[in-house]
Structure formats: C-alpha cells, structure tokens
Write a protein that binds this ligand. Sequence first.
Ligand SMILES: [Zn+2]
Length: 183
Amino acid sequence: MHTLPMGRIKKNRGRRDERQGPLQWTPVQQSCECVIEWGWDPQHTPPQAFIEWCLAMIDAPCVWHGADTGLDIPLDQETVSLTVPQGRLRARRAKGDRCELGVELTRQATDMREKTRLDDVAGLLMDIPAKYQRIMKSRGFDPVQTWVEMRLADIFLNLGRATLTDEMLERLPENLPEPGAPW
Ligand SMILES: [Zn+2]
C-alpha cells in the first residue's frame, strides 16, 4: 500500500455533495499509468491547493491501484468521492482523448518540475520569452518563479491552454527600454 502524500483520505459522507458547485475536471497520469480525471470545485478548493494535489498524484498510484484511501473501492466503481485537506475531490478514469490530454499535461508538468528540482534556471529561462523576463524584473518579480507558477496553473487549471499568449505578451506595455535601444 502507498500512502497518499496529502494525508489520509476520509470517506465523503453523502449529503454534503449536494452543496458542491459545478466541478472542473483535470486528467493526470498517475504512477500506476492510469489517467485519472480529478474533479474539483473552485469555490471550495483553492486553485493552488488543487495544483499541488495534481503534482502529488503524478507520483501516487490511483485510488483503484493501491492508493491508501482507507476505502475499499471496487474496480468497477466509476467515480470516487474523497474529502482531503484540499477539499472535496472526485476521481474517475479518463476516457478517449482525455487520456491523451492527461498524458500530455503530466509530461509538461513533470518537465517543469524536473527543471525546478534541478534548479535548472538556464533551462527554464530558455522557455521564458525575453519580454516577459524584462517586464517581471522591472516590476520586482522573479521571472522564473512567476513563470513556473503561471505554467503550472495553465497545465492543471486551464488544461494546457496558455493564459498569456504570445499576442497578449506582444501588446503588454513595457516600462523598460529594449536592450540596446537609445534612452
Ligand atoms: Zn491505476
């Protein structure tokens, strides 16, 4: 049995679910290789907590394959409701092209996490547009940290779609002169 890193999961007791808002779903490939859709309610689970949950799930087996949920989950049960410190979550197996999406999102997140773990600032900076770096620095932010946070949010909250597109970045006013431009 593997222990989920976010603490022991308690069984969700029915009725509270009725107060749950509409769920958003994010597919993640877990360590047993299953792609699991995690459903979360943004009104009850802070987005940052959900991102951390998804990152933790990459290293954990799914609830059907050895996660220590404290529940006896039959293999044919389609959806599992869990109450964890991050809030109430649901798990179900991804189907069809959502499987491919989950594999791709997990690949992107793993790549980002490896670079962060190795403190591969040069590798990360190569991914970050120069204009973004200048704007963040001019505003007193660490461009690497804000980039990593934005990309993880794009991956897990926005299903891989970029919230800051190249076109948007192009239109952003720049407070600093371009390098080499006359003052
Ligand atoms: Zn599994």
